[in-house]
Design a protein around this ligand. Structure first.
Ligand code: GSH
Length: 205
C-alpha cells in the first residue's frame, strides 16, 4: 500500500499505526502548496492523507485509514475488546477529527474563514482560533489525565492520531508544556521506538 502524506500533518498517524502493526507502507510526499491534478483527482479538497490500497483504489479520511489498518491485524491490537471500548475509541476519534483538528485548521488557514483580507481581520480570526484551540486542548488534557494514553488507559490507534495533532500545540506560545498530562503523553510517545521510526520516515519518505 502507498500513503500520500505531508510532514507535520495528521498523515503521521497512519505511519505510526503501520509501524506499530508492522504493515508495509510506501510513502509518497505531497507538497500541499503545490498540488498537481493527479493528486486532486484522488483528494478533491487537496488534503492528506490518501491511501492507495493494493487494488489501486485510493481512499481519503484518516480515521477510516487508521481503522482499516487495525482491521488488517489478526491479533486485534490497538482496538477495543468490546462495544464499550469501541464507543470510547470512536468518540475520541470523532473529537480529534471534528473538534480538535478543526480548531487548528482555522489557525493554519485564517483567510478561509473571513471574506476580509486585511491583516487585522486575519489576526482576529487567528486569535479566535487560538481561544478555541485552548478549549479543545483542555478537554483532551482532562481526558488523558495521568494515564499517558487517550483512551482505555492503554495504547490504541487514538494515541497515534492524538500525537500527530497535539504536536501542533508547539506552534503556539507555551507549546504543550502548559498541559502537564498532554506533555506526559507526548513524552511517552516520543520515547516509543516505532514513533521515532515513523517520524524519521515522515520527513525522509
Ligand atoms: N477530513 C480529512 C481532513 C484531512 C486534512 O484536513 N488534512 C490536512 C492536513 S492535517 C490537509 O491536507 N490540509 C490541506 C488543506 O486543507 O488545504 C481527514 O480527516 O483525513
Amino acid at each position: 500500500m502507498k500513503l500520500f502524506h505531508t510532514p507535520g500533518t495528521r498523515s503521521l498517524a497512519p505511519i505510526i499505526v503501520a509501524e506499530w502493526l508492522d504493515i508495509k507502507l510506501d510513502l509518497r510526499k505531497v507538497d500541499l502548496q503545490n498540488l498537481d491534478s493527479y493528486f486532486l483527482s484522488l483528494s478533491p479538497l487537496g488534503q492528506v492523507p490518501v491511501l492507495e490500497m493494493n487494488s489501486g483504489e485510493c481512499k481519503t479520511q484518516v480515521d477510516a485509514i487508521l481503522q482499516y489498518f487495525c482491521a488488517l491485524n489478526p491479533e486485534g491490537k490497538l482496538v477495543g475488546k468490546d462495544i464499550f471500548d469501541w464507543f470510547e475509541i470512536d468518540r475520541w476519534i470523532a473529537f480529534l477529527t471534528g473538534d480538535f483538528s478543526p480548531a487548528f485548521v482555522v489557525w493554519f488557514n485564517p483567510g478561509r474563514y473571513t471574506t476580509q483580507d486585511d491583516e487585522e481581520s486575519i489576526n482576529a480570526v487567528r486569535a479566535a482560533a487560538e481561544n478555541r484551540i485552548h478549549r479543545v486542548a483542555q478537554v483532551l488534557e482532562e481526558q488523558v489525565g495521568t494515564t499517558k494514553h487517550i483512551v482505555l488507559g492503554r495504547r490504541t490507534l487514538v494515541d497515534a492520531y492524538g500525537f500527530a495533532v497535539v504536536r501542533w500545540l508547539e506552534l503556539l506560545d507555551g507549546g504543550y508544556d502548559q498541559y502537564p498530562n498532554l506533555k506526559q503523553f507526548m513524552d511517552r510517545m516520543n520515547d516509543d521506538y516505532h514513533v521515532q521510526k515513523a517520524l524519521v520516515r515522515e520527513t525522509s519518505g
